[in-house]
Structures are given as C-alpha cells and as structure tokens.
Write a protein that binds this ligand. Structure first.
Ligand code: 5GP
Length: 203
C-alpha cells in the first residue's frame, strides 16, 4: 500500500491556506484534520465541520488525557490537533493535511520526522491586510494583531521545507500537489523498492 503523506500547511490568516486546503480535499481526495479550539465560532462556522469548539476547561482535559498530537496558544486562544483521526488516516495510506500554526507544526515535525511542512504567503503584506479587511470577520485590532503575528511567524520559515506563494489559488493548489507527489518519490520513503527490483531481477 502506498504510504500517505502527513502535510502541514501554515501561513498567516489571510494567506488563503483555507481555500487551498478545501480544493485539495474536494478535488484531489486529500483528508484534513479538524482541530479543536477555544476560539468563538465565526458566523459561517459549524461545530465538527470547521473546528470542534471547546471551552478552556474541555480543552485542558483533552491535553491531560493525551488526546492531542500537538497544541498551541495563538492570539489568546488554544488550538490543537486530535491525534486519533490523523493516525488512522496515515495507517490507511491517505494524505492528511494539518492546517496549523508554526509552534504546532514544529511539535509535529519532532514526532513525525517525514512530515512535510509548507508555508503559504500572499504575494505581499499589503495584499494580506486587504484580504483580512475584505473578509470582514475580524475587527481592526484583531487584524493588526494577526498581521504582527504573521511577521513573527516568518522567523520560522527556515524550519519549513517549502514556501508556496498564493497568487492564484489554482497555481497554489498545483504547487502543493506537486510537492506531495515529489515527496512520495523520495528514495527514503520507498526503502522496500530496492528489494522488490532485486527480487524481480533474479526471476
Ligand atoms: P483561525 O482562528 O484563523 O481559524 O486560526 C488561527 C491560527 O491557528 C491559524 O494559523 C491556523 O492555522 C491555526 N490552527 C488551526 N488549528 C490548529 C491546531 O490544531 N493546532 C495549531 N497549532 N494551530 C492551529
């Protein structure tokens, strides 16, 4: 069975990573992990679809019970990845995406050395601000906080494997899928092939 790739996509809110992930899931059959968070739902968000919305106490219980693969505090709220779903998908050979911020991404990389870390950015910071303002889901104070956080997150870029500039969604989705396809062809991911070909040669 072909092994699935554990793909981590990070990037500032407004980088368009959510849309990229949606396309990878809807058009290309990738699986996505649904995170738990203590942030309030936005008007279009549903519990169990976009996030599992939790109280701080519920979230802390999940941490204590060891149910999370990673967790982090981002702009005053907790976010974390439920472990069980990710492990099941990898076991079944599916590509699974975690759309998470940098601290969580680095925690996962420590546990899964072959996780692939992609950082997405819009073409410019001005474009990032424009997208956040147009989205209209955050007030100006939160937008400023998120832009400042985006600048801080850029410090982690050298620890990522790839950067994808999201100029058009179509191209960005193709870029991510190309990365995953190339990753699957890495010799280190296919150690069994050596013996398979050697076995064939002896037949
Ligand atoms: P938002 O509030 O805009 O939905 O998400 C804020 C940030 O938290 C984004 O960078 C998003 O990728 C990140 N995030 C979402 N889920 C998780 C998670 O499970 N773990 C971590 N570490 N970050 C997450």
């Amino acid at each position: 069975m072909e092994k699935g790739v554990l793909l981590i996509i990070s990037g500032p809110s407004g980088s368009g990573k959510g849309t990229i992930v949606e396309r990878l899931v809807d058009d290309l059959g990738y699986r996505v992990s649904i995170s738990a968070t203590t942030r309030n739902p936005r008007p279009n968000e549903e519990n169990g679809v976009h996030y599992f919305f939790k109280t701080k106490e519920e979230f802390e219980k999940m941490i204590e019970a060891g149910e999370l693969l990673e967790h982090a505090c981002f702009c005053d709220n907790y976010y974390g990845t439920p472990k069980e779903y990710v492990e099941r998908q990898l076991g079944e050979g599916n590509n699974i995406i975690l759309e998470i911020e940098v601290q969580g991404a680095l925690q996962v990389k420590k546990k899964y050395n072959d996780a692939v870390l992609i950082f997405t950015m819009p073409p410019t910071i001005a474009e990032l601000r424009r997208r956040l303002v147009n989205r209209g889901t955050e007030d100006m104070e939160t937008i400023d906080k998120r832009i400042k956080r985006a600048e801080e997150e850029l410090e982690y870029l050298p620890q990522y494997d790839y950067i994808v500039i999201n100029d058009t969604v179509e191209q960005a989705v193709r870029d991510v899928d190309c990365i995953v396809r190339a990753e699957k062809m890495r010799c280190g991911r296919n150690p069994e092939l050596k013996n398979k070909f050697k076995g064939d040669a002896l037949k």
